[in-house]
Design a protein around this ligand. Sequence first.
Ligand SMILES: Nc1ncnc2c1ncn2[C@@H]1O[C@H](COP(=O)(O)OP(=O)(O)OP(=O)(O)O)[C@@H](O)[C@H]1O
Length: 415
Amino acid sequence: MMPPNEQESSFPIIPGESRNETIPVQETWFSSPNHVIPCLDDDGPSHQSCQSSVLRQSLRPIILKFEELTYTIKIQSGKGSYWFGSQEPKQNRLILNGVSGIVKPGELLAMLGPSGSGKTTLVTALAGRLQGKLSGTVSYNGAPFTSSVKRRTGFVTQDDVLYPHLTVMETLTYTALLRLPKELTRKEKIQQAESVISDLGLTRCCNSVIGGGLIRGISGGERKRVSIGQEMLVNPSLLLLDEPTSGLDSTTAARIVATLRSLARGGRTLVTTIHQPSSRLYRMFDKVLVLSDGSPIYSGVSGRVMEYFGLIGFQPGSSFVNPADFVLDLANGITSDTKQYEQVEINGKLDRLEEQNSVKQSLISAYKKNLYPPLKEEFSRAFPQDQTVNMSRSKTRLTSKIDGQRVGGCNSQFY
Ligand SMILES: Nc1ncnc2c1ncn2[C@@H]1O[C@H](COP(=O)(O)OP(=O)(O)OP(=O)(O)O)[C@@H](O)[C@H]1O
């Protein structure tokens, strides 16, 4: 990890590009999104759920912190007989490479990246469910994953498992009866299920069967909302979701993300992976983490993503671009200069792979140089007593020139 130079701007200028050397960093560039105000008394969209003091008590704010997560798997080379097993030695494959971030109660973090970039692997690791060799640290309020954290964590996987013969109401009622604390009466548990059905807009289909396989049931979007509802029922303090909007129309997707944001504003910590959000969805995220082949290229406030990439020399082709499309292109190594990739494919020339890899590498280096040091400082501020992370308290400062004046201290609050 290269510490940025104290005296000069640490934003690299990409060689070969006519990029601006003066970096207009604003003082507020690293500040937290000021609209994020967790309110522990407001229970998000579910006002009825506030009725239960037991559930309200179960909401304990969780600061989720993950640092330098690296995950490697061993894979067979593919040579050899399928039936009798390969004689080739297994090879290591790096799935996550030095991924870090911090999410606080009241915030919604979206993980973006191309297919196969490691989003599901990362969210599974944060949910404490990843098998295999994971290095780095994940902490919940400065402590490791415990059964108490597990009880307060909800995880909505991409492939939900629901009983096809039960109705929506039955599914959520049975979940409530099974998962809610015994201090609640049966009536209160059923009320909680009804409240979640209403919050998630499932009233219209609450008596329809889930379906699946040969049984026709509720739609894919409704099914996804039932899965989210199952986790919402227990009022988790930390809610992790893998692709909650995949396969949904933009209105339903926006409704789900708005619900997630409301849940966050109610004092919860929300993390979701998302494949290709529209700009409407993107605006609802507080923070984003962008992965490229398992390595981070951005981790921070969502509203500053365009500014950051602009500062390191990557501008979008037009001023009206969806930030998500722009960062996904970058994560694939595609810049506005190399944007003629459609043409490239038509011509059958895929020899731009090398160029794309070099763009990815420069974005990964820029992240390490510019974003990781202030993030590391934020870690030490969030939990100075944290024993789970061995941090070097480097006094790195990002400095820049604005109109000839040196502006320092931008490391103060990236998050
Ligand atoms: N157990 C495993 N065995 C083999 N490959 C794996 C395993 N786990 C993850 N991978 C590989 O790791 C990479 C990241 O997978 P992951 O599912 O995390 O990506 P993703 O960003 O969520 O993709 P998508 O958006 O398509 O769901 C993929 O290339 C995947 O094939």
